[in-house]
Ligand binder design. Sequence first.
Ligand code: SF4
Ligand code: SF4
Length: 94
Amino acid sequence: MMNLPRIIDCSMTDCAYNTNKMCHALAITVGAAAPLCDTFLKLGQKGGVKESTGSVGACKVASCKFNNALECVADGVHVGRHADHPECDTFAPR
Ligand code: SF4
Ligand code: SF4
């Protein structure tokens, strides 16, 4: 099995899957019109798997040069806060 791209860091500290700027969702989905993290969840509790670092499970942003058949093939991605939305900062147009 291919290794999923790791989420190197994420600045959405108010997300339920975020602890100390690390994502602990096993596999996020990114997309579609903009490279936003669709897995982002604001909740009064924390979730995810603490022992694991999050990965990109699927990405719908076909216009990104790291996108191959609607999957991310980057080594890792950074997720940042843009206008209160979590956006993939590793996105690069083809
Ligand atoms: S990458 Fe997405 S799911 Fe993971 S902590 Fe950031 S906003 Fe939450
Ligand atoms: S780097 Fe590109 S393909 Fe990978 S998650 Fe970000 S937007 Fe999607």
